[in-house]
Ligand binder design. Structure first.
Ligand SMILES: NC(=O)N[C@@H](CC(=O)O)C(=O)O
Length: 443
């Protein structure tokens, strides 16, 4: 029997209480006495949150193992307080068949650090020409509910319409990477006076906004759910706000980096700051924060995009788009919207756990920290501050934009299905995690 007592954590940031976890389930909460042979975590001064859920993670396996694997990516996830991640489909081969999504699912189960929910491609090979095996992926063991060509926009409106109609039949969702391809040919950074000054091809806000406007109208027309990935402009917020007021079933995400960083970082031509969509103006950052606070933007998703050193240590124009973000997500959210008074910790639980789980139709996250639910939780020390370095990363790639930047907060412990995957800020060894899951399953 595995029993764990978490003592004195502020549950969702409110009054301190104890939580008892046994055989993978939260079995009691309140003021609890230690039982014999129980493992105790002293959580005084820490905030207890439900395990975080990422709707947008690039785990790179199969095919991109030089950047990340399911094992290394889920270790990074655990370090960041996540207990579930949605693995994006832009792997090699692309996750566009039942076979590939089941492979990713099994790799996640074997790793044991987090629930890995494969995202299925919308179009075959992400080529934007014909629909992928959407039904077969939905019916497979991976039970795919989120479909995305992320990295590419589903730009053909007829294909987008068909995909929306198809996923609606089993309550799935299309997560659109909103980027009008013709308006972003060769684009390198946000379009504006700074892109002119730096001599980099601009990426206009309208390239994102035009696709979002089209897709909320399509979703309304066919009566389907649509999710918008990584909103980055104030105009995108206005469109989503309008669509929600009209009753359209649209949800939207923002990344931690778009809540904190601006295009000014492109000045040094350091490709760690090159990302898709690009970092925008401070006005956009402020609009995104306000939209997250008022519910126009539903969730925060990391868009963790690992790349090998050679893809980043080159000229800006040659470099790959993307930043790693799993380990730092909670700290960035704390800095951008908690320490600024826009969100409380219960809101953080909503935007980083219950919300993404609901969009992905992921079971077990609806009642955070409730007795009787699966013991997926994270303990955070909000008073901690540190200057980030690559030593704080647990994945295989080091392309963090936060190196040498001070950020608040620290994930002290993560518990996945009752098994600690992070203790005292350190990721637990894979063999120990695997053995502990076995013990929990035996009950
Ligand atoms: N977000 C990113 O900057 N990169 C993503 C895909 C993408 O280009 O959106 C990646 O897979 O590397």
């Amino acid at each position: 029997m595995t029993s764990l007592l978490i003592r004195g954590a502020a549950l969702l940031g409110s009054e301190p209480a104890d939580l008892r976890v046994r055989d993978g389930i939260i079995v009691d909460r309140g003021s609890l006495a230690v039982e014999a042979s129980e493992r105790v975590i002293d959580a005084a001064g820490l905030v207890a949150l439900p395990g975080l859920v990422d709707l947008h993670t690039h785990l790179r396996e199969p095919g991109g193992e030089a950047s990340e694997t399911v094992l290394t990516g889920t270790r990074a996830a655990a370090a960041g307080g996540f207990t579930a991640v949605h693995a994006m489909a832009n792997t090699s081969p692309v996750a566009d068949t039942a076979g590939v999504v089941e492979q990713v699912l099994r790799l996640g189960e074997r790793a044991g650090y987090a629930e890995v929910r494969p995202v299925g491609a919308v179009t075959l090979g992400l080529a934007g020409e014909q629909l992928a095996e959407i039904g077969a992926m939905a019916r497979s063991a991976a039970r795919v509910r989120v479909f995305s060509d992320d990295g590419h926009c589903v730009h053909d409106p007829l294909l987008m319409r068909r995909a929306l109609e198809y996923v609606a039949t089993f309550d799935g969702v299309v997560a659109q990477h909103a980027q009008e391809p013709r308006l972003t040919v060769g684009a390198q950074m946000n379009e504006g006076s700074l892109s002119g000054e730096l001599g980099l091809t601009g990426w206009p806000a309208v390239a994102e906004e035009a696709i979002i406007a089209r897709d909320v109208l399509l979703a309304e027309h066919v009566g389907a759910r649509v999710h918008i990935c990584h909103l980055s402009t104030a105009g995108s917020v206005d469109i989503v706000r309008w669509a929600k007021a009209r009753g359209i079933a649209v949800t939207a995400e923002v990344t931690p980096h778009h809540l904190l960083l601006t295009e000014e970082l492109a000045r040094g031509y350091d490709a760690r700051f090159k990302v898709n969509p690009p970092l925008r103006r401070d006005e956009d950052v402020q609009a995104l924060r306000a939209a997250l606070a008022d519910g126009t933007i539903d969730i925060v998703a990391t868009d963790h995009a690992p790349h090998p050193a050679e893809a980043k240590e080159c000229t800006w124009a040659e470099a790959a788009f993307g930043m790693v973000g799993l380990e730092s997500a909670l700290s960035v959210v704390q800095q951008a919207v908690v320490d600024t008074g826009l969100l409380g910790w219960a809101d953080v639980a909503r935007v980083l756990s219950t919300g993404p789980a609901a969009i992905g139709r992921l079971a077990g996250y609806a009642n955070p920290l409730a007795v009787g639910t699966a013991a997926n939780l994270t303990l955070v020390d909000p008073s901690h501050r540190r200057t980030w370095s690559v030593d704080d990363l647990r994945g295989r790639s080091t392309n963090t934009p936060y190196r040498d930047r001070e950020l608040p907060g620290r994930v002290v412990a993560t518990v996945f299905r009752g098994v600690p995957t992070v203790i005292d800020g350190a990721v637990v060894d894979p063999d120990i995690v695997a053995a502990a899951h076995l013990e929990v399953r035996r009950g």
